[in-house]
Write a protein that binds this ligand. Structure first.
Ligand code: KIV
Length: 277
């Protein structure tokens, strides 16, 4: 018997979520949420509140490492982040994002780098692209590496797209569906659909037997993913229209830092109540 995701997160069991659990959730019509995480504290917290899958995204490039795009991110950048998230959690499925240049060259290159991620604790990897990366997906799956696909606005191709634009409009939608089906046939266990029209995402989700995970792809996918700093309102600016901010951490943290610095400046911290006479 497989536990449903609610049981896994009701604290009844402490085992780690598997790709099979996510498939079972789709088969039952049960939606689930994935978040990115790049460090121990958020990974522990998201585990505690029951997020079933954590993506150590190459969005770390923008969120952690100070790059403008994900293109400069390397395997060496990602390894410590994947290790931190994996060793700080016991329940979510940890997915390592394969950075640009770490899998495009050949299936052997993809396997070499994917193995490195699994060796530091990830249970799966994600890579961007459809039919052009099928040989990579096939070798990874045959070798025992679960693969999450990623279609639509794939940020590593920003230089080809000429910006961050909606993908899959019109005839390109049929191509995207073909890519998704090909990934499924190659053995991918799920596919992220990023910034594609909602009707296309719904169509792909109905055609595929494996779970789809949407970001800016409407409500018709099997799961959703957000970059945690966007979800919690820590990233500056309003972000894209599809984004919902569930908190305003930027204001909370900014106010706390200002208050602390102010009290240190005026000498009201630390005081007697902190153990000093
Ligand atoms: O790197 C990332 O965070 C991602 C998600 C936005 C899907 O690829």
């Amino acid at each position: 018997m497989t536990d449903d995701l609610k049981t896994l997160y009701g604290g009844v069991t402490s085992r780690r979520v598997t790709t099979r659990d996510l498939q079972d959730a789709k088969d039952r019509g049960e939606k689930w949420a994935m978040l990115t995480s790049y460090d121990m504290l958020t990974a522990q917290l998201f585990d505690e509140v029951g997020i079933p899958a954590l993506l150590v995204g190459d969005s770390a490039g923008n969120i952690v490492l100070g790059y403008e795009t994900t293109v400069p991110v390397t395997v060496e950048d990602m390894i410590p982040l994947v290790r931190a998230v994996a060793r700080s959690t016991t329940r979510p499925l940890v997915v390592a994002d394969m950075p640009f240049g770490s899998y495009q060259e050949s299936p052997a290159q993809a396997l070499h780098n994917a193995v490195r991620f699994l060796q530091v604790g990830a249970q799966a990897v994600k890579l961007e692209g459809g039919r052009r990366v099928l040989p990579q997906v096939e070798l990874l799956v045959e070798s025992g590496v679960p693969v999450m696909g990623h279609l639509g606005l794939t940020p590593q191709s920003v230089n080809t797209f000429g910006g961050y634009r909606v993908q899959g409009r019109g005839e390109a939608g049929d191509q995207l569906l073909e890519d998704a089906l090909a990934l499924q046939t190659a053995g991918a266990f799920s596919v992220v659909l990023e910034v594609v029209p909602a009707d296309l995402a719904e169509r792909v989700s109905k055609e595929l037997t494996i779970p789809t995970i949407g970001i800016g792809a409407g409500p018709g996918t099997d799961a959703q993913v957000l970059v945690w700093t966007d979800m919690a309102g820590l990233t500056p600016g309003n972000g894209p229209k599809f984004l919902k901010r569930y908190a305003d951490l930027r204001t909370v943290l900014g106010d706390a830092a200002r208050a602390y610095a102010g009290e240190v400046r005026e000498g009201s911290y630390p005081t007697a109540e902190h153990g000093y006479s």
